[in-house]
Design a protein around this ligand. Structure first.
Ligand code: UD1
Ligand code: UDP
Length: 366
């Protein structure tokens, strides 16, 4: 018998994760997948480009929710997802990560007593001021199948009293995506030529976390540091719309454009290419931190804490709380000077089979 899985996505990293899982889920023939796009991200370069490049099927339901305050955005999603679930009556509702789309999908399903499977279960920053922390804690506690990427995530779930039989260590679906699309990126992407960049000679940076963009002090510390640093080494910035808006508000956008190589948000293949050939990555993104490790590029994370603790423990990632420009510049310069690379530690996120494991669990449990 086929099980019906309703997959809920809405934000950029979820398209990439769902691309990896969806491909395997649909190829297995055991599950019928119905894809729901909440519309949380809607610019072509934040959404459609991923469907085209990664061959994600066209969503069966596009809710067109758009931007808004947390309550308004999540509320509108809840209302509409409930209608979709009542219409489709799935065996599983599959949600990814920690965005407002994740929370709305998990909550709408749980209230209808429909089983929820959560990919990236168990990650914690232990910082409840982050919207993502609230979303992931709530999603985990209404989920029936907790698909954890790491041992640390498993321990977090156990500590919160979630029964072992609901928890599965599957590895990280972003590693599956990195393996599958990494080769395609090398073959197809021309981004380095287009931007006149040479391999190993630039720093790649992405910033979008609310705690950084919505704090004038942090925003200023980060961008003052990056502008200063760019005098030594080119700094490439694919600019997230939240950050573009914050820099416009603070009056810094023109200076940033003069000092850094500011580009539009990139498609996944060009982004992977930029990551693979960077000398250093400086980011506050969850996904980009891990991709730095997948492609063995040293990374500085401009945050107070990270959910991906094994990256810091293995030496591939250093946390730099972005409170002062001087300390950021100093840490970035030190990272560039470092001649020793971290010891090669492969396998922190599984063997590239997370999607297969997830697909098997969803098929078996129907
Ligand atoms: C969201 C997630 C965050 C994730 C990130 C991935 C939540 C609470 N946050 O943050 O966890 O890391 O996505 O990128 O769910 N905007 C556009 N065009 C778009 C999308 C957004 O202009 O296509 C602008 C709007 O001004 C919007 C702002 O960006 O208000 C923020 O978008 P939103 O989806 O609310 O949060 P993100 O910062 O993208
Ligand atoms: N990404 C991309 N283009 C960009 C920036 C990021 O394709 O311009 C990809 C990146 O490679 C990673 C994912 O988007 O796979 C990370 O998403 P994001 O940083 O928006 O969110 P987070 O992972 O922090 O939730």
């Amino acid at each position: 018998m086929h099980s019906t899985v309703v997959t809920i996505v809405g934000a950029r990293p979820q398209f990439i994760k769902a691309a990896a899982v969806s491909r395997v889920l649909r190829a297995g023939g055991q599950c019928r997948e119905i894809l729901v796009h909440t519309g949380q991200h809607y610019d072509d370069n934040m959404s459609q480009v991923f469907f085209d490049e990664l061959e994600i099927p066209t969503p069966d339901f596009h809710l067109g929710i758009g931007s808004g305050s947390h309550g308004a955005q999540t509320g509108r999603m809840l209302e509409q997802i409930e209608q979709v679930l009542l219409k489709t009556r799935p065996d599983w509702v599959l949600v990814y990560g920690d965005t407002n789309s994740t929370l709305a999908g998990a909550l709408a399903a749980a209230k209808l007593h429909m089983p929820v499977a959560h990919v990236e279960a168990g990650l914690r920053s232990f910082n409840r001021r982050m919207p993502e922390e609230l979303n992931r804690v709530a999603a985990d506690h209404v989920s029936d199948l907790l698909l954890a990427p790491t041992e640390a995530a498993i321990r977090n779930l156990q500590r919160e009293g979630i029964p072992d039989e609901h928890i599965h260590l599957v590895g990280d679906v972003m590693y599956d995506a990195a393996l599958y699309y990494g080769k395609k990126a090398e073959a197809q992407s021309r981004v380095l030529q287009r931007l006149h960049l040479s391999s190993g000679n630039y720093v790649l940076t992405t910033i979008h976390r609310a705690e950084n963009t919505d704090s004038p002090q942090r925003l200023d510390a980060i961008f003052s540091a990056l502008c200063r640093f760019a005098a030594d080494v080119p700094v490439v910035l694919p600019l997230h719309p939240r950050t573009r808006a914050a820099l416009e508000r603070s009056g810094q956008l023109a200076t940033v454009r003069q000092s850094l190589l500011v580009i539009e948000p990139q498609g996944y293949l060009d982004m992977v290419m930029l990551e693979k050939h960077a000398r250093l990555i400086a980011t506050d993104s969850g996904g980009v931190q891990k991709e730095a490790y997948f492609h063995q590029v040293p990374c500085i994370t401009l945050r107070d804490e990270t959910e991906w603790v094994e990256l810091v423990e293995s030496g591939w990632n250093s946390l730099v709380p972005p409170t002062h420009a001087e300390s950021i510049v100093e840490r970035m310069r030190a990272a560039l000077r470092a001649t020793e690379r971290p010891v090669e530690t492969l396998g922190l996120y599984g063997a590239g089979e997370a999607s297969q494991r997830i697909s098997k669990l969803l098929s078996a449990a129907a």
